[in-house]
Design a protein around this ligand. Structure first.
Ligand code: NAD
Ligand code: TYD
Length: 352
């Protein structure tokens, strides 16, 4: 039986990856290692927690002694590494936390993987899940390809860029077998409501202002999380060693256009008068260092591995809104307690 460690499996993308691997590969033993920070939530995995090939381990990737012991005990042949601090706004207020988890945590995992196999790399793989934000910001034209130079602008993207470099360095220096993907913005079920789409869904439900940063003319390239999980499965199994793949759906939206589409979908679903949610849009102070535009060229993964998104943005967004409306208790649980403090600190002076 193959032993596979998924880190950050209680988070947004990680929970979809864990579910997919547990269901698709009954002959693998899937371990989900997660520190259960504010972003980690075992409710995301209730449907598979009793599966015989699934084990949850609570632990911190920055705890080197604990991680070394875990790798010695379970001899993971594969690692899919998603655990990270993931929100740009939080990285602006607490950059050191991002350096610790995203850089040091990744190095500790690489080191433990290296030490547990001592060069016996046959059949082993370390998969590092990264972001398109490492490439910095595009102007009005062009797309990020796998050869675009790294040029990160936020503490979040700088920490992810640094972790990507360490993964490559372990590959070059120790022969550690790895694959790396840089994906565009995800959306979908279980998305934590600090990020644009789930935050605005939650605020629309509760008739609260929709805080659009700056003039709203920033552009992101959106991918349904289930399509990302499918891409991760494909690259984990079929990706070429030491290669990078960009993942994205050729689906660019200016924030303000996306927010207006979301408002229209929600007016219909909530049976509210057309145009009523749009009135909640409130322009607020811009994010410092705000990247203008991200857009992925996903030609390589399409041509070499045959991956493409399975849903259009309209379908994915519709399904996402349905999920949030049908899982109000999930939303209520994650927006109680420390979430309220975060929200007040991040937005209240802007929205008063
Ligand atoms: P998330 O914030 O929803 O989840 C992160 C998970 O990691 C949480 O469960 C958290 O508890 C866990 N975690 C945090 N620190 C930890 C630590 N020190 N030890 C163990 N576990 C820890 O993030 P996400 O949006 O699911 O992103 C997952 C990965 O995908 C990240 O590496 C992120 O950089 C990358 N990524 C995200 C996006 C996106 O749009 N969300 C796009 C591309 C790449
Ligand atoms: P976000 O979901 O935080 O993802 P990222 O910054 O990693 O791309 O933000 C997506 C876009 O939406 C980004 O341009 C910032 C903007 N945004 C707002 O306008 N208001 C908000 O409250 C948030 C959270 C984001």
């Amino acid at each position: 039986m193959k032993s596979v460690l998924v880190t950050g499996g209680a988070g947004f993308i990680g929970s979809h990856v864990v579910r997919r691997f547990v269901k698709e590969y009954p002959d693998y033993q899937i371990f989900n290692l997660d520190a259960l920070t504010y972003a980690g939530n075992l409710e995301n995995l209730r449907d598979i927690e009793g599966a015989p090939n699934y084990t949850f381990v609570k632990g911190d990737i920055t705890d080197a002694i604990f991680i070394d012991e875990l790798f010695t005990k379970y001899r993971f042949e594969g690692v899919v590494h998603l655990a990270a601090e993931s929100h740009v706004d939080r990285s602006i207020t607490d950059p050191l936390a991002f350096a610790k988890t995203n850089i040091l945590g990744t190095m500790i995992l690489l080191n433990a993987f290296k030490n547990s196999w001592e060069g016996n790399w046959e059949g082993k793989r370390f998969y590092h899940v990264s972001t398109d934000e490492v490439y910095g910001s595009l102007g009005e034209d062009g797309l990020f390809t796998e050869t675009t130079a790294y040029d990160p602008n936020s503490p979040y993207s700088a920490s992810k860029a640094s972790s990507d470099h360490f993964v490559r360095a372990y590959g070059e220096t120790y022969g550690l077998p790895y694959v790396l993907t840089n994906c565009s913005n995800n959306y979908g079920p279980n998305h934590f409501p600090e990020k644009l789409i789930p935050l605005f869904i939650n605020n629309i439900i509760n008739h609260k202002p929709l805080p659009v940063y700056g003039d709203g003319n920033y552009t992101r390239d959106w991918l349904y999380v289930i399509d990302h999980a499918r891409a991760i499965d494909l690259v984990f199994h079929n990706g070429v060693n030491a290669e990078t793949y960009n993942i994205g759906g050729f689906n660019e939206w200016k924030n303000i256009d996306l927010v207006k589409l979301l408002c229209a979908i929600m007016d219909k679903k909530l049976d509210r008068e057309a145009g009523s949610s749009e009135q909640l849009i409130t322009y607020v102070k811009d994010r410092p260092g705000h990247d203008l535009r991200y857009a992925i060229d996903a030609t390589k993964i399409n041509k070499e591995l045959g991956w493409e998104p399975s849903v259009t943005f309209e379908e994915g967004l519709d399904a996402t809104v349905d999920w949030f409306l049908n899982n109000k208790s999930w939303l209520e649980h994650v927006t109680s307690g420390s979430y309220r403090e975060y929200y007040d600190k991040q937005y209240n002076s802007e929205l008063e």
